[in-house]
Ligand binder design. Structure first.
Ligand code: ATP
Ligand code: MG
Ligand code: MG
Length: 371
C-alpha cells in the first residue's frame, strides 16, 4: 500500500519507519516549506496552495496527516479524490478549540468551563464571569503552549489579547489538576477499536518534557473512564486512525483538555513499550488491517530532547536507553528527538530517567520532580 502523508516532520517520519515492515511505502506532502523527514519522496508546496496536489495524489492509495492545522478546504478537496483517514470532519473539530469543547460537552465529557471572546473587552468579560485565573488560547493554530496566556486578573485582558494576536480566543477556567494524563485509541476502517494504557505527561513552559506509561497509580476505573470518553469521541467522529485525548486528573475525576486526530508525542513510548506502537496501529487502522497489541510490556518513560541534542555518545552507551533523533537543527523550544527508557519497576525507571537526563541540557531540573 502506498501511503501519502500530509506533513513531513518527525511524526510522518516515525509513521514511515513503522510502515516499512508492513510493506507500505510513503510519499510526503509538505506545506511548511521546511520538511524534516529526511528521507522518502517529499513534495514541497509551501503555503498549501495545492499546486502539486495532483502529482502527490496520483502516487498514493490512501492519505493521512501528521498535523491537524491544515487548510480545511485542502483536506476536503483531497477526500473527494482519495480516501483520507482520519476524515476532514476530525480535522475540522480538532483544529478548532471551540468546536472541540462543544463536542466534549455534547457527549457528556467533562471539560473546563469556557467562553469564546473576539475582542479584549469580551476577554475581560469572560475572565470576570469565569473568575480568575483563566487560560486564554487562540481558537485555532496553537501547539506547544503557543498562542496562550494565563490571566491572573481581569486587568491582564488587554495584554493577553495583544500577545495572543488572533481573531478569537477561548477562555477557560484554570483547572487545579493533580496531574496530566492522556489516552490514545486506534479505530480501524472496520470499526475495531483498541486503547493504550493512560500515560502521565509532564510539561514545562507549555512543552511536553516527559511521559510515563502506563501512568503509575491508575485504577481500573480511571482507565475505564478515559476509555469511555475517547470511545464516545472516536465513534461520534467516525474517526479512522489514532485519536489522542489529553486529560487533567482532579479529585472530581477526569477533565478533558484537548484532543489530536493523530499520533501524539505522549505515545512515543509505545515504539519500544508496546508490541504495536501508535504509529503501527495508525497505519493498520487506515489500511483496514487487524489492530495490534497495545498493552505496555514494561514501565516506560519517554523524555523529549528539546533545543539541544545533548551527549549522544553517552546516551548510546546506556544499555536501557533508546535514542531517536529526528534530523532537525537545534533551536530554542524545538523538539529534536526523544529517549525511551524502560525498567522492571517504577523505582528503577526513575533512577534511569534521572541518569539519562544528566546527558540532556535543560532536562535535569524537570526530571528531578519525578518521584
Ligand atoms: P499541545 O502541544 O499539547 O497541542 P497546546 O498548545 O494545544 O499544546 P494545551 O494542551 O491546551 O495547548 O495547553 C498546554 C498546557 O497548558 C497543558 O498541557 C496544561 O499544562 C496547561 N493548561 C492548558 N489549559 C489549562 C487549564 N484550563 N487549566 C490549567 N492548565 C491548563
Ligand atoms: Mg494542542
Ligand atoms: Mg495539549
Amino acid at each position: 500500500m502506498k501511503v501519502g502523508i500530509l506533513g513531513a516532520g518527525q511524526l510522518g517520519r516515525m509513521l514511515a519507519i513503522a510502515g516499512y515492515p508492513l510493506e507500505m511505502s510513503f510519499s510526503f506532502y509538505d506545506t511548511s516549506g521546511s520538511p524534516s523527514v529526511g528521507f522518502g519522496d517529499i513534495l514541497v508546496d509551501k503555503g498549501g496552495s495545492g499546486a502539486k496536489l495532483e502529482e502527490f495524489l496520483n502516487k498514493v492509495d490512501v492519505v493521512t496527516y501528521e498535523f491537524e492545522h491544515l487548510p480545511l478546504e485542502l483536506t476536503q478537496k483531497i477526500e473527494k479524490l482519495k480516501p483520507l483517514y482520519p476524515s476532514s470532519k476530525s480535522i475540522e473539530v480538532c483544529q478548532n478549540r471551540a468546536k472541540e469543547k462543544a463536542l466534549f460537552t455534547e457527549l457528556g465529557i467533562p471539560t473546563a468551563e469556557y467562553r469564546v471572546a473576539t475582542s479584549a473587552e469580551e476577554l475581560a468579560e469572560a475572565a470576570a464571569e469565569l473568575g480568575c485565573p483563566v487560560v486564554a488560547k487562540s481558537v485555532t493554530e496553537g501547539y506547544d503552549g503557543k498562542g496562550q496566556a494565563v490571566l491572573r486578573d481581569v486587568a491582564d485582558a488587554e495584554q493577553a489579547w495583544s500577545s495572543i494576536n488572533h481573531d478569537a480566543v477561548i477562555v477557560e477556567s484554570f483547572i487545579n489538576f493533580s496531574r496530566e494524563l492522556s489516552i490514545i485509541a486506534a479505530r480501524s476502517t472496520t470499526g475495531e477499536v483498541a486503547f493504550y494504557p493512560l500515560a502521565e505527561n509532564n510539561h514545562h513552559d507549555g512543552i511536553l518534557r516527559y511521559s510515563i506509561a502506563p501512568a503509575p497509580k491508575v485504577s481500573t476505573e480511571l482507565q475505564q473512564q478515559a476509555e469511555s470518553h475517547i470511545k464516545a469521541l472516536i465513534n461520534d467522529l467516525d474517526h479512522v486512525g489514532i485519536l489522542t485525548l489529553e486529560l487533567f486528573e482532579t479529585p472530581e475525576g477526569l477533565i478533558a483538555n484537548e484532543m489530536a486526530p493523530r499520533v501524539h508525542n505522549s505515545g512515543h513510548w509505545s515504539i519500544e513499550g508496546a508490541a504495536s506502537s501508535q504509529f503501527e496501529n495508525h497505519l493498520r487502522a487506515i489500511a483496514g488491517l487487524p489492530l495490534g497489541n497495545t498493552a505496555a510490556n514494561k514501565p516506560t518513560c519517554m523524555i523529549n530532547i528539546i533545543a539541544e541534542k545533548g551527549d549522544k555518545e553517552a546516551i548510546l552507551k546506556l544499555p536501557y536507553a533508546h535514542l531517536h533523533l529526528y534530523g532537525k537543527e537545534e533551536r530554542t523550544g524545538r523538539k529534536l528527538g526523544h529517549v525511551t527508557v524502560q525498567a522492571d519497576s517504577y523505582e528503577e525507571l526513575v533512577w534511569r530517567v534521572k541518569n539519562v537526563a544528566t546527558f540532556l541540557p535543560g532536562s535535569p531540573e524537570f526530571i528531578s520532580s519525578i518521584s
